[in-house]
Design a protein around this ligand. Structure first.
Ligand SMILES: Cc1cc2nc3c(=O)[nH]c(=O)nc-3n(C[C@H](O)[C@H](O)[C@H](O)COP(=O)(O)OP(=O)(O)OC[C@H]3O[C@@H](n4cnc5c(N)ncnc54)[C@H](O)[C@@H]3O)c2cc1C
Length: 312
């Protein structure tokens, strides 16, 4: 290949949960896939991820949430242990409203709230390692998206018949994708919570997390603040009746797209859409782990619908 050192049928930019999941699903169906990334995940390196389709304090069922949960259970259980059961305390007087929002999610009511039996938490870092095993991975920084090439730092080029952008917030500028970058803080604790609890903040495994800071326009991670840690600990105290002891802190930044793609969505959700040279899978905010397998399956279907990827 002129001017390049690697080529593949599908080249995925990004080795977070989204890129690696898509790459695995495509490779398992016989596609020749190459993943190009600076490292294994950015936001996806969060110490614990909840896979929970019932979102926020309003208990909103995520669009296609039941299907996404099913795909997530099916896919991740092949790679890492899943810790089933997310308990959601429900405020007095809100049971009826919440009951109407549960859709087809398997659940059990308990005295103070509802247990989502098939929602779960997992440890992302072993997951990323396991997903990367057996994939062709090129560790490099991408400086430009010039279909059918990715231009790497140092000037080398990688050729893909289809390019898939899964570079999260850090690489969004390469495609001119604008969005909100939402910092989050996760405290690791000395306590361990085998069953996740989530209301305002969440406790799962040995972490306490939640969203406190407003969004920003750039992906740089701001330093943790005392206000955030205090807000998290107060939230934990409200759930537990005591303040858990903190061992360390991890900062990450989520990415949400500002505008739906001008070229339209491929699956009715704004996270998978056509771009020059292929597709983008990005902007998932706090739901990357929930949607990655479902979106990966949809990407596979979109590629196969076109018969030959060369026709894209
Ligand atoms: C504090 C916090 C808590 C969260 N909790 C949850 C949760 O409980 N459940 C949940 O579902 N989600 C959660 N999320 C969101 C979740 O982490 C993200 O939605 C998900 O990780 C996004 O994955 P990704 O693969 O798109 O991107 P990332 O993990 O950000 O990966 C981006 C990849 O692209 C590569 N890349 C980017 N630019 C370049 C470039 N120029 N050259 C080469 N490589 C590049 C990076 O090296 C990396 O491999 C949380 C996020 C944060 C910050």
């Amino acid at each position: 290949m002129a001017g390049g050192r690697a080529k593949a049928e599908v080249v995925v930019l990004g080795a977070g949960v989204v890129g690696l999941t898509a790459a695995r699903l495509l490779q398992e169906k016989g596609h020749r896939v190459l993943v190009v990334a600076q490292g294994l995940g950015e936001a996806s390196r969060v110490p614990v991820a909840l896979v929970n389709p019932l979102r926020g304090r309003r208990f909103t069922l995520a669009p296609r949430g039941e299907e996404a949960l099913e795909a997530a259970l099916r896919f991740y259980s092949r790679f890492v242990p899943l810790h089933l059961g997310v308990y959601r305390p429900v405020p007095e007087g809100e049971r009826e409203r919440v009951a109407l929002r549960l859709g087809g999610l398997r659940h059990t009511w308990e005295e103070g709230g509802v247990l989502l039996e098939e929602a779960f938490w997992l440890e992302p870092r072993p997951l990323l390692e396991r997903l990367a095993e057996g994939l062709s991975l090129l560790k490099a920084r991408v400086l430009a998206w010039e279909p059918p090439y990715l231009v790497l730092e140092g000037g080398e080029r990688v050729h893909g018949e289809v390019l898939v952008y899964a570079g999260g917030g850090q690489g969004a500028h390469l495609l001119g994708l604008e969005g909100r970058h939402i910092p989050g803080l996760v405290l690791t604790l000395l306590d361990y919570f085998p069953r996740a609890i989530s209301y305002r903040v969440y406790l799962a495994g040995s972490v306490l997390g939640g969203s406190y800071l407003p969004h920003q326009r750039t992906p740089e991670a701001p330093p943790p603040t005392e206000g955030e840690a205090e807000w998290l600990l107060r939230g934990a105290e409200a759930l537990l009746g005591y303040r858990p002891k903190v061992a360390s802190a991890w900062r990450g930044v989520r990415f949400r797209l500002a505008n739906p793609s001008p070229l339209g969505s491929t699956v009715g959700l704004p996270y998978l859409f056509p771009v020059a040279g292929g597709f983008a899978l990005t902007g998932l905010g706090s739901t990357g782990f929930l949607y990655a397998p479902w979106l990966g399956e949809r990407l596979l279907a979109a590629l196969e619908k076109r018969g030959s990827v060369g026709e894209l």
